[in-house]
Design a protein around this ligand. Structure first.
Ligand code: FAD
Length: 563
């Protein structure tokens, strides 16, 4: 398969739109979350002409709002979803191998407590079965701990109800970045992806869906694109499109909301991530990440619009109570929460099941019109979901258009940013890059810590950011030069159109560095204005929109004041 010159550049948007108008695609994908992104990569790498449209920014639906774990799904074992455990366990290893910069092993402690949901033997057996089913590497397999050893591993745990613990590994990611890296990889295979383009209707010929009516959300312009097969990967909006297609039946979505809260690391200084029981019988995560620890998640039925769900005070107090129950000395308060995010799970409805009992399995719905809808599933399983979906697309193309069937090869495709000579040794890469950045030629005077942060976001694309910083002749402190180089890279290679795209989905700063962001968001916006030749009105609109999101993550505190 030939590599293409496409990039995901905001500067070439008109060119991509023109391409979209002027050809019939083998497949048009609606939805630019991780599911759509995975399908775009799979389809394009099998040689299909591929267009993906996303009505917001890429990942702005659920795929920037998860717990950010590529996980083997220990909880599915409890629900006896054996095949799911096996599949996501294997997927975890593949994604880590193909994107080692953004899928990183993370040690996890599972404390065993009196009357907890997993007893000592249950946990040991569960983790053993999990290791076997998921094919976990020997050095990452579970290690059971005595009560004393567990308390030593995590001194903040209460000991009166502690019985022991299990140590195992999960993989941490940045979901928004994973989505964009997959889309960048798809672009290398020729897929065109457009953000801020909404599918508003379908076009039919002899009752078959053959085109998609689109609305450019940045200009209000309308256009129609033609497709041999249309894939609906709209996440929590899947049923809206099925309704437009008159194909919504008994199988429908059940949306549930999940909230995470963020506290400064020194308010919950865990020695490693923890997955632990809360009093109502559910389990939640607390995960240290650089200067913060984040905690989640809730799981409650959700019936409002999936656009920009928010944490409310009940979500926050539930999570705080869960932490304070097991780590009582930290005594977290609402005031400690510095940021939050909420996401909506697009699960498939099962009669009589509570939100946390609903299966996380994915399912493909194939309608009479030929619309292929994919719903349910997990971030972790995106590659396999994409494979199954494109298999259906391929069969359709074979049946109706006599196309030869190509098989999936994404297990062997390195994701953008993952091209390391020695993927198991990122620290060496970071040292070498820091040395190179500090040579007389570049003279950036960077610390390894600064380069480390960039490499765990951008991987082997980091040198481009450092080049941008070195070429910047403005008299600015190095931290600002680096930040603005990231902005420039985001515009040129990751389709950053707005301040929110950059500060939320591309870099996670709103969640993990909200205070620091407060000091620099005007600077970022000024740079975007320059790079994207924004009008004053556009700039003002972006500012208002961002400030709304900036406040929304702590809006639950207003309810507290009213009470
Ligand atoms: P989305 O990311 O929502 O993408 C669908 C996209 O379609 C949206 O961006 C939307 O704007 C777009 N769209 C909708 N309608 C249109 C239209 N008409 N035109 C154009 N675009 C349209 N999974 C894990 O593996 N690990 C985890 O740790 C994990 N934690 C989670 C925690 C929470 C709180 C939640 C909510 C989910 C979690 N998940 C996790 C599940 C995972 O996040 C989701 O399964 C996944 O992100 C869904 O991706 P998606 O692409 O299907 O949906």
């Amino acid at each position: 398969m030939m590599m293409s010159d496409y990039q995901l550049s905001a500067l070439h948007r008109n060119e991509y739109l023109q391409k979209a108008r002027s050809q019939e695609f083998d497949v048009v994908i609606i939805g630019g979350g991780i599911t759509g992104a995975g399908i775009a990569l799979d389809a394009a790498s099998r040689g299909l002409t591929t267009l993906l449209v996303e009505m917001q920014d890429f990942g702005a639906g659920t795929s920037s709002r998860s717990t950010k774990l590529i996980h083997g799904g220990l909880r599915y074992l409890k629900q006896l979803e054996i095949n799911l455990v096996r599949e996501v366990g294997r997927e975890r290893a593949i994604i880590h191998e193909n994107a080692p910069h953004i899928v990183v092993p993370k040690k996890m402690l599972l404390p065993i407590i009196e009357n907890g949901s997993l007893g000592k033997y249950g946990t040991s057996l569960g983790l053993f079965v999990y290791d076997k089913l998921a094919g976990v590497d020997a050095d990452e397999q579970r290690k059971m701990q005595s009560k004393e050893a567990t308390a030593e591993l995590e001194p903040l745990l209460r000991t009166d109800i502690l019985q022991g613990g299990g140590l195992y590994y999960e993989y941490q990611t940045d979901d928004g970045r994973l989505t964009i890296e997959v889309l960048k990889t798809a672009a290398k295979y020729g897929a065109i992806s457009l953000s801020y383009v909404k599918a508003v209707g379908l076009e039919y010929e002899e009752e078959r869906a053959v085109g998609v009516q689109l609305m450019d959300m940045l200009t209000d312009e309308q256009l129609t694109v033609r497709a041999k097969v249309i894939v609906n990967a709209a996440g929590p909006w899947v049923d809206e499109l099925r309704k437009k297609d008159n194909s919504l039946n008994d199988k429908r979505l059940h949306l549930t909301k999940g909230v995470h809260i963020v506290v400064p690391y020194d308010r919950l200084p865990l020695q490693q991530a923890a997955y632990f029981d809360v009093p109502d019988g559910r389990m939640i995560f607390a995960i240290p990440r650089n200067e913060v620890t984040y905690i989640g998640t809730t799981d409650t039925t959700y019936t409002k619009s999936p656009k920009r769900p928010q944490a409310d005070i009940d979500d926050v107090t539930y999570l705080l109570a869960g932490v304070n129950n097991l780590f009582p000395t930290v005594n977290l308060q609402v005031e400690d929460v510095v940021s939050t995010w909420a996401g909506v799970r697009p699960l498939i409805h099962q009669e009589g099941k509570s939100p946390s009992e609903l299966s996380r399995k994915d399912e493909i719905f194939y309608s009479k019109s030929g619309l292929v809808s994919i719903a349910g599933g997990k971030l972790t399983g995106f590659r396999k979901m994409a494979e199954r979906t494109v298999d259906v697309v391929m069969k359709e193309l074979y049946k109706r258009h006599d196309r030869s069937i190509e098989s999936c090869s994404t297990d062997d495709i390195i994701i953008s940013g993952g091209h390391f000579d020695d993927p198991e040794n990122l620290p060496n890469y970071i040292t070498a890059l820091t040395d190179a950045a500090n040579t007389a030629n570049n003279n950036l005077q960077l610390t390894e810590k600064q380069v480390h942060h960039l490499v765990y976001k951008y991987g082997t694309n980091t040198p481009m950011i450092l080049e941008f910083a070195a070429a910047d002749e403005r008299r600015l402190p190095i931290e600002q030069k680096l930040l603005l180089a990231e902005v420039r890279y985001g515009v040129a290679c990751e389709m950053v159109h707005t301040l929110s795209d950059f500060a939320i989905r591309r870099t996670g700063r709103l969640y993990f560095e909200r205070n620091e962001l407060d000091d620099c968001y005007h600077l970022i916006l000024d740079e975007l204005e320059r790079l994207l030749s924004m009008s004053k009105q556009e700039k003002l609109q972006q500012l208002n929109d961002f400030e709304e999101e900036f406040e929304a993550v702590v809006a639950f505190k207003n309810t507290l004041q009213l009470n």
